[in-house]
Ligand binder design. Sequence first.
Ligand SMILES: *Cc1c(COP(=O)(O)O)cnc(C)c1O
Ligand SMILES: *[C@@H]1O[C@H](CO)[C@@H](O)[C@H](O)[C@H]1NC(C)=O
Ligand SMILES: *[C@@H]1O[C@H](CO)[C@@H](O)[C@H](O)[C@H]1NC(C)=O
Ligand SMILES: *[C@@H]1O[C@H](CO)[C@@H](O)[C@H](O)[C@H]1NC(C)=O
Length: 712
Amino acid sequence: RCFGHVLPAEGPRVDPGHVGELLVSQQVEEADDWLRYGNPWEKARPEYMRPVHFYGRVEHTAEGVEWVDTQMVLALPYDTPVPGYRNNIVNTMRLWSAKAPCDFNLKDCDSSPAVLCCPQLAEAPMFYVLQFFEGKELRLKQEYFVVAATLQDIIRRFKASKFGSTEFVRLDLSTMPDKVAIQLNDTHPALAIPELMRLLVDTEKLSWEKAWDIVVRTCAYTNHTVLPEALERWPVDLFRNLLPRHLEIIYEINRRHLERIGKLYPGDFDRLRRMSLIEEGDIKKINMAHLCIVGSHAVNGVARIHSEIIKNTVFKDFYDIDPQKFQNKTNGITPRRWLVMCNPGLAEVIAERIGENYIRDLDQLKKLLDFVDDDAFIRDVAKIKQENKLKFAAHLEEHYKVKINPNSMFDLQVKRIHEYKRQLLNCLHIITLYNRIKKEPNKLWTPRTIMIGGKAAPGYHTAKMIIKLITSIGDIVNNDPVVGDRLKVIFLENYRVTLAEKVIPASDLSEQISTAGTEASGTGNMKFMLNGALTIGTMDGANVEMAEEAGEENMFIFGMRVEDVDALDKKGYDAVSYYNRLPELKQAIDQISGGFFSPAQPGLFKDLVNMLMHHDRFKVFADYEDYIKCQEKVSALYKNPKEWTKKVIRNIAGCGKFSSDRTISQYAREIWGIEPSLEKILGQTQQTSSNYLSSVLLQANLPGYLHSSRFY
Ligand SMILES: *Cc1c(COP(=O)(O)O)cnc(C)c1O
Ligand SMILES: *[C@@H]1O[C@H](CO)[C@@H](O)[C@H](O)[C@H]1NC(C)=O
Ligand SMILES: *[C@@H]1O[C@H](CO)[C@@H](O)[C@H](O)[C@H]1NC(C)=O
Ligand SMILES: *[C@@H]1O[C@H](CO)[C@@H](O)[C@H](O)[C@H]1NC(C)=O
């Protein structure tokens, strides 16, 4: 996985990726060999092993189409039980591992003679498999591997169920969509669409029309990001070599798709070009998002604002012809992990007031509104927060030798490091606060411990520079005697779920400050809200719905709305004009570019500053002024603990919508066509075998996740 973590500064160290010495902390990456000591929670299921084919060529014969002369890899399933919360139900998560073919008895596999079964391979099968998943095709191979294994598994299970076959009745795959739902989690498993067509047409000998109807009724697609760079596009040439039959099928899907568009909009050739699954150009590419939309009966975004953006912008042409396909499913978090398990103290004081049923029915948190003015409850909520803060402060001291002031406001921004999430805006606030304290050291400042944590993608240089900037600011601010413990800047290294579970219950302020229109939903925002932090945020992602549920007056909302961002784009964003107009912004930027925070390497941050001043896609300066003003309101309210805690309670009371139980129920009802019964999701009954519905969430692992790994 991507799991670099940042070491504390300890003198000069050599950056393996760069020449010269580095004088500030930086992210380092190491391999996560998570299977080194085995995994006691999983069970290998060799009886369900399936072959997966690659390369080869296509033969069209009188009997149909055959994909021949392929290379074959075996997919070995591993099952991990996933128990429900007090409902006597255990689901299965099935992950796949790649194996070389000669290891196993191939009698039961529908493979051609194992062309790759040579003596050397038999001796070093793992070596062969590792070699196989490498090079520029790695990602596409991974994606196809997981899809091909899972689809064979689905069809096998469907046929084995009483709905799929009996000894006397001819197998009827057309009922499959009633019993099977495939939710494409982003475009990574998009190959499920042509692969299911291949299995139905080439193997099961169904007509194209009948097969296509099954595919579309079975598949649905969730889009998870707004950023255009996330769009997967695979060169046609790569496909022709690796998956020749799938390329033919995609071309046929596209031919029929464009024929339909052509009939709807005669002569509109630009629309045909825009909507095609194949992008023309120097290198012809397949647009995987278009493939997903065409091959699915439902397409959804992950927060209301995101679903609207999808319909109105990039996928508007598709919305125009199939508006009924487009839905929204606002993300949620599980209250079991993100409240009961990570914050038992808070869960308990809530249960003392409204009982325990809210754990399975989070809407019941509304009842806490009756306790907003209850002094005893206010005291309990504040006391739990203070205990969590002390505990986290002790954790930092024990593991990282950092001492923080537990009476300061814990101001947190923990999430992946990315320009659109705007950790840089947070940095500008820190520097502004620092300069203000230095200017008026005797004023009564609200003390803050500002913690920022998160990983940068290994190849994302700007994100790594942002980490360096944060640790550099910390080195100056934390060692300035004038500042003392009124302002501390901590970079939380190796941010991951286990750390999130510790730090979120201890936080006072949650920073959700992405440029409006860029964060699809966010789930960190919901975790903080449920754990009694107040949010400072933009009207972006699920923040919009949080403000609706908790009341905008109970959050600190600032900055441009999506409309303002669009208007600024039309007018032209000019960062320099803000720099010239706002003296404190100018001072902060001059300090960063002048080496104030990196005295040993004054030019270290010149690229970052250049980006902010001249090509900032995320308009940090445009929100600076409003952000600083809003932070002043945060500091002022923090001086009044009682009023602060009342807002906290109103926020917790507004969390009901953000339970993943609600999200999953909506997927079930509105996309998979099945009625979720509380009995089955959360109740005390046994699962009944007559309710066979296999909903498969497909997700292909990201690059770098690969070696000795599992795929699902
Ligand atoms: C919840 C969570 C995230 C998502 O956070 P956002 O603020 O929504 O980006 C990222 N990483 C970890 C470890 C999390 O627990
Ligand atoms: C689905 O995709 C999202 C976004 O990439 C990811 O965070 C999540 O873990 C995925 N879910 C599963 C079950 O793989
Ligand atoms: C999801 O949709 C947006 C358009 O709103 C697009 O920019 C983004 O690339 C899509 N994501 C993927 C993975 O295709
Ligand atoms: C959001 O989705 C729900 C169903 O998932 C739908 O009822 C509602 O109208 C949608 N709202 C918007 C604004 O898209």
